[in-house]
Unconditional design. Structure first.
Length: 141
């Protein structure tokens, strides 16, 4: 839905995602939500604080992780057995080797909570709608 020149994903009058001017990315997000049957958007580390953005993840109505590939998705695989919390400089990150997935700045507790969520739901892909600065990030297995 376009609202005052910005593209948003909405549920009734509730704004869920904001894609700014990226209409195609907003439409893609709706397709992703429908494809996987996503009904819960969840966060670790809200709200955004400076350059630190929260982890966004989605679950189905059965409270399980989305699984399986969707044609044309922007997905980066990672090794669930090797993903870990790492302190790099003064910042806490979720990393798979040298591949940084998430950056929690000084938030060690948020990084540990995010790792717990990743392992609990057995996520092994991080996916995006609308890079750079994606309006939607989701994890799947």
């Amino acid at each position: 839905m376009q609202i005052s020149s910005r593209w948003k994903v909405v549920d009734g009058s509730h704004w869920i995602l904001d894609f700014d001017q990226k209409r195609t990315a907003a439409e893609r997000a709706v397709s992703v939500i429908k494809h996987y049957g996503l009904s819960h958007v969840c966060f670790v580390g809200r709200p955004t604080c400076g350059d630190v953005k929260p982890m966004m993840y989605w679950l189905t109505s059965s409270n399980v992780a989305p699984s399986g590939a969707m044609a044309g998705e922007d997905a980066i695989p990672f090794d669930l057995d090797h993903v870990q919390v790492r302190k790099i400089g003064e910042r806490w990150k979720i990393a798979d080797g040298n591949n940084w997935l998430l950056d929690f700045g000084p938030g060690e507790g948020n990084a540990k909570a995010a790792l717990y969520v990743i392992k609990k739901y057995r996520f092994n892909f991080i996916c995006f709608c609308g890079r750079p600065n994606p309006g939607m990030t989701y994890f799947r297995k």
